[in-house]
Design a protein around this ligand. Structure first.
Ligand SMILES: Nc1ncnc2c1ncn2[C@@H]1O[C@H](COP(=O)(O)OP(=O)(O)OP(=O)(O)O)[C@@H](O)[C@H]1O
Length: 264
């Protein structure tokens, strides 16, 4: 069966001077359309490297990535990335930051009025349509991440790639953004791959959690399905048996079966 996105025996080596370091080895993963997948693993195991290979920002040294059966070998608007620290252009307003990418990708296919509407639509998806005239320095960290997500969604990517998107935010803001992301995923049905260090975040948001072994030569250790119905509500889940079980499975993987060498 062919999958929507597939990583086939992906390997990555970095060469520096005469030294070669094997970061990833035989990473195999198949992701279905509309699936929400989290990648979790100890610091430095290679999560960002996996994401950057899918994004086309890095080329793997063996194996390959297929999206709808076509090989991924360069960045493209079909794979939008949201990083931990927002990458908004400080001299542009919230509106202009989102509009810029829309003009670039849809300059020919959408009229000016349609591009305006599309900008506003995506800003309202992340509840930022009230701040269109503000500059990045005038809004909070959480708001900047919202705008970054709007900018990524506006590309209508086939896959939304998120590298610890909420890692720099306080717990409350993080919870709000997680709820918004679940809402967006429910509305648009996008395929999402998210790196996180937060076990609760992984269980709350994901259909499956990919747990990576420690490097060097890191690979997929285990994949945990999260069979919780949606919509999911954090308060109701706190004592839900399936939730608690998934949470402890991930913790067990990280702290028993694949304890970080630095902590051993
Ligand atoms: N361009 C590069 N050249 C050499 N080594 C690299 C390069 N990029 C990453 N690495 C190495 O690859 C390994 C994996 O890095 P990566 O950033 O993918 O890990 P990570 O799991 O995302 O870490 P963290 O959770 O701390 O963000 C690290 O040992 C890192 O030093």
């Amino acid at each position: 069966m062919s999958s929507y996105l597939s990583l086939e025996s992906v390997g990555m080596e970095f060469k520096r001077g005469g030294l070669t370091s094997v970061v990833l080895k035989d990473v195999d993963l198949k992701i279905a359309k509309g699936e929400f997948v989290s990648i979790i693993g100890h610091s430095g195991c290679g999560k960002s490297t996996v994401l950057n290979i899918i994004a086309g920002l890095l080329r793997c040294t063996s194996g390959g990535v297929l999206l709808e059966n076509r090989e991924v070998d360069s960045p493209g608007p079909d794979r939008a990335v949201v990083f931990q620290n927002h990458s908004l252009l400080p001299w542009l307003t919230v509106y202009e930051n989102v509009r810029l990418g829309i003009d670039k990708v849809f300059g020919r296919s959408k009229s000016k009025a349609e591009r305006h509407d599309w900008t506003m639509h995506n800003l309202s998806l992340v509840h930022m349509d009230h701040a269109v005239r503000k500059y990045p320095e005038e809004i909070s960290g959480g708001m900047k991440q919202r705008v970054g997500i709007a900018r990524a969604l506006a590309m209508e990517p086939k896959v939304l790639l998120m590298d610890e998107p909420f890692g720099a935010l306080d717990a409350l803001t993080r919870a709000h953004l997680q709820d918004s992301l679940m809402e967006i995923h429910a509305t648009l049905g996008n395929t999402v791959i998210m790196i996180t260090h937060d076990v609760d975040e992984a269980v709350l948001l994901s259909d499956r959690i990919v747990m990576m072994t420690n490097g060097p030569a890191a690979t997929v250790g285990e994949v945990l399905a999260v069979p919780l119905p949606r919509p999911r509500h954090r308060l109701a889940l706190a004592e839900d048996k399936t939730y608690v079980h998934c949470r402890s499975e991930v913790l067990r993987f990280l702290y028993e079966r694949h304890r970080h060498p630095a902590a051993a």
